[in-house]
Write a protein that binds this ligand. Structure first.
Ligand SMILES: Cc1ncc(COP(=O)(O)O)c(C=O)c1O
Length: 414
């Protein structure tokens, strides 16, 4: 590829792309450059047919018998098993249920109990807000007399003192895409006597993870981003085998009971990871997530990571020549090994720029206060998509065409 890539370069890269054929496995409008798979993954073609069958045959015809006949009751474990190789865990360490927020509550409370009498949850100020809110909520309940310590990213290590029960971090930052070194920080936390809880929402399905090898204690992750599970897809929770026998969450329910259908009045936790279940799983959403997870696993996480690094680097090459004069400024690490699968650019008019891009069928998102955020989901984004997006952005920055009243109107969801 020449210094300033041309569209022909992009076409050539697509020809050489071993994952190119997988784009046809997703249902995407032909004229859209979809660069928001880090927020909502694209729709796998198999999902509609699967849901149709589940709705008509299983729900409509087989009715309640489907809990046994079609294995509905085992979906949390079954999808967990399919996810396990993507995160480097064994099948019995992962369960699919609830949202990331809810699973954070369960695992934070469990980590505090496990590391009693330590009280402090340590996290960084740039963490995704829900992670901090959940910790704040837990502290307010008085459970475990927990305390929350929120520090700047650069001060995490010096805050790992003898009071820290659990270090709560997001692997890939939702704004900058900067990736923490899971192995190094986990090791440091352990040496300080703390447990770790990693939020993998922006990395699962986008890059290989090795939770077992890295000695991670607890983790959560999102089903609707790179796993393509659909809007509001269930999340997952990971607990290392060594913690399972004593695991005690503050949020329990009948699906996590040892014998839910014995209807005993006293709670007795199920063996193993099943105890993290609370209520009835949303079967339609679980089925959609299963299609996404199977497709991502089929494509292969190593190949996905390789291509996503190539895509983000290609975008950088496309915009670098004119970036400085446009007023846009990188908000992501320039070294592809130090970031996840999206790129952020600072600009005071970021919101209007994103809206104007969307009007030109390049879909990214805006993150307050000033970020244009573009995601490069390797299973379905092409090099031509990337080139087109860069080209439309260049033209827009050159002419200032984003500065129109309709692009400044803020919707509920940005
Ligand atoms: C890092 C991170 N954690 C958690 C969430 C929210 O997860 P949920 O909506 O499943 O609670 C998000 C959503 O974007 C996220 O980026």
């Amino acid at each position: 590829v020449s210094k300033v890539p041309t569209r022909a370069d992009a076409v050539q890269l697509d020809r050489l792309d071993r994952l190119a054929a997988y784009r046809a496995r997703f249902s995407l409008p032909a004229d859209v450059c979809y660069l928001d798979g880090n927020s909502l993954g694209a729709l796998p073609r198999g999902t509609s047919a699967r849901l149709h069958q589940v709705i008509e045959q299983q729900w409509g015809h087989d009715l309640i018998r489907s809990w046994n006949a079609h294995g509905w009751i085992d979906l949390p474990q079954r999808i967990g098993a399919a996810l396990a190789p993507l995160v480097g865990a064994s099948a019995d360490e992962i369960i699919v249920c609830d949202s990331v927020s809810v699973n954070l509550f369960k695992l934070l409370s469990a980590a505090l109990r496990r590391n009693d009498p330590r009280k402090v949850i340590l996290t960084e100020a740039s963490n995704f807000p829900t992670d901090v809110y959940v910790a704040q909520g837990l502290v307010r309940t008085g459970v475990s007399a927990a305390e929350l310590r929120v520090v700047p990213r650069t001060e995490l290590e010096c805050n790992l003192d003898e009071h820290v029960a659990v270090l709560l971090l997001t692997h890939v930052d939702y704004q900058s895409a900067a990736a923490h070194d899971i192995r190094r920080l986990t090791d440091q936390a352990h040496r300080a006597g703390a447990l770790v809880l990693w939020d993998l929402s922006h990395s699962v399905g986008a890059m290989p993870l090795s939770l077992a090898d890295d000695q991670v204690d607890f983790a959560v992750g999102c089903g609707y981003k790179y796993l393509c599970g659909g809007p509001g897809a269930p999340a997952f929770a990971f607990v290392a085998q060594r913690h399972l026998p004593q695991l005690e969450s503050a949020l329990v329910g009948w699906m996590g009971h040892q014998q839910p259908f014995a209807f005993a009045i006293d709670y007795r936790p199920a063996d193993g990871i099943d105890r993290l279940l609370c209520g009835t799983p949303p079967i339609l959403s679980m089925m959609a997530l299963e299609v996404g997870v199977q497709l991502i696993a089929e494509i292969g996480i190593t190949a996905i990571r390789e291509k996503s690094q190539a895509l983000t680097e290609f975008f950088r090459q496309c915009v670098e020549p004119w970036l400085a004069e446009s007023g846009l400024r990188w908000g992501s690490p320039l070294n592809p090994t130090q970031r996840g699968s999206h790129l952020s650019l600072h600009h005071p008019a970021a919101h209007a720029i994103v809206q104007a891009l969307i009007a030109q069928r390049v879909i990214g998102d805006f993150r307050a206060p000033d970020l244009v955020r573009l995601g490069f989901a390797a299973p379905y984004v092409s090099f031509v998509d990337v080139w087109e997006a860069a080209d439309r952005l260049r033209e827009m920055m050159r002419t200032g065409s984003y500065d129109q009243p309709q692009y400044h109107v803020r919707a509920k969801v940005t």
